[in-house]
Design a protein around this ligand. Structure first.
Ligand code: PGA
Length: 263
């Protein structure tokens, strides 16, 4: 797992956006997995800036979002459909027909989940998946105990997630108890994975998922099993890592491998 430590939230957001932009420039019809929450807001702002000021072209990009609350219509301001339109889709030249966010108010969630998996398969699978991490170590809404083989399905949220996300709702009782979420298995099939995290509140869980043992109790540890995963953290989120010096050395000296092999 590549670990990149940025100075602060803005630095983390810039690095993440530039890594995504590099993939879009290499493959204009990139299949891009997207995340919601507080963490990726700055990354989306930088992608919008790259679109407006540097012509980053989203016209052929296909996106699939990780998750959505059950029961919220796409017009609800707390839905992830709304979040994506507001933070990214309406601000870049993406074709709305190429964007996919699970539908929280679907009448048949189980059937919807199978359809979503099928759409991802038909698109050729994700090239790059952006992730945040929950305070309980979840990726998407794969709460502790989710098998690493899981696919898109309905998941009950745990108390910590409901409390963490209550800040967006009028009262805690308004936070939905269920969500549609891609599974850990769905995420692991992405060709590349990029996880971002910031702030002191994430320091313990980041140390656990990067340097601790692989366990379904912290579903982000599944990234240790992936051959192309990168993590971009700010200094606060990285503060409990024990191998910080090593990660920084690798980040600053990767180019030396060329010299060492004489090219
Ligand atoms: P946050 O959520 O970005 O709002 O901290 C992350 C997550 O729950 O995956």
């Amino acid at each position: 797992m590549e670990v990149i430590i940025a100075k602060d939230y803005d630095g983390m957001s810039r690095i993440a956006a530039h890594l995504i932009a590099r993939e879009i420039r290499k493959k204009p019809d990139l299949v891009l997995g997207l995340a919601t929450g507080g963490t990726p807001v700055g990354t989306y702002q930088e992608l919008v800036r790259l679109h407006r000021e540097e012509g980053l072209d989203f016209s052929k990009v296909i996106t699939f979002n990780l998750d959505e609350y059950i029961g919220l219509s796409p017009l609800n301001k707390n839905s992830y459909n709304y979040f994506m339109k507001d933070n990214l889709f309406r601000n870049v030249n993406i074709n709305p027909a190429n964007t996919h966010v699970p539908q929280g108010n679907t009448e048949d969630p189980e059937e919807f989940c199978s359809w979503y998996e099928e759409r991802i398969r038909k698109a050729g699978g994700m090239d790059l998946q952006l992730l945040g991490i929950g305070g309980d170590g979840h990726i998407a809404f794969n709460e502790p105990g989710s098998s690493f083989g899981t696919r898109t399905r309905v998941k009950a949220l745990i108390k910590q997630t409901i409390e963490d996300n209550a800040r967006y709702f009028d009262k805690i009782d308004d936070v939905p108890r269920f969500a549609i979420t891609m599974g850990v298995g769905t995420i692991l099939e992405s060709k590349k994975i990029l996880l971002i995290a910031n702030g002191k509140k994430k320091a313990d869980v980041c140390a656990q998922f990067i340097e601790g043992p692989v366990t379904s109790q912290i579903t982000a540890t599944a990234l240790q099993l992936h051959c192309h995963s990168s993590v971009v953290l700010d200094e606060e989120a990285a503060s409990k890592l024990t191998r910080k010096e090593y990660y920084n050395w690798v980040r600053d000296n990767k180019h030396l491998v060329q010299k060492t092999i004489g090219r």
